[in-house]
Ligand binder design. Structure first.
Ligand SMILES: [Zn+2]
Length: 85
């Protein structure tokens, strides 16, 4: 099973990048991997799907729309290859 949005410090996987971001409690500037515990997430209404991926109440609302596309940041250093295949 390939992790979708795996947070390696807590070994948890998330249905979307939004859910991933939501479980992190530290500010980006803090550079620490502080995140919600399972108990905290359950208390806030997070649920885990059949694949073990967590989703927050907020992301559950938009789960019906499968059109969310998150463009990854920081991977723009690829050189375009000519002649695919
Ligand atoms: Zn985490």
């Amino acid at each position: 099973m390939t992790p979708l949005n795996l947070h390696s410090p807590c070994r948890r996987d998330f249905v979307s990048l939004a859910a991933f971001d939501e479980h992190i409690t530290a500010k980006p500037s803090e550079r620490v991997s502080t995140c919600l515990s399972v108990a905290q997430m359950l208390a806030k209404g997070w649920v885990r799907d059949g694949r073990g991926r967590w989703s927050s109440p907020r992301t559950q609302e938009t789960a019906g729309r499968a059109r969310e596309r998150f463009s990854a940041v920081g991977v723009s250093s690829e050189t375009p290859s000519e002649g695919v295949g």
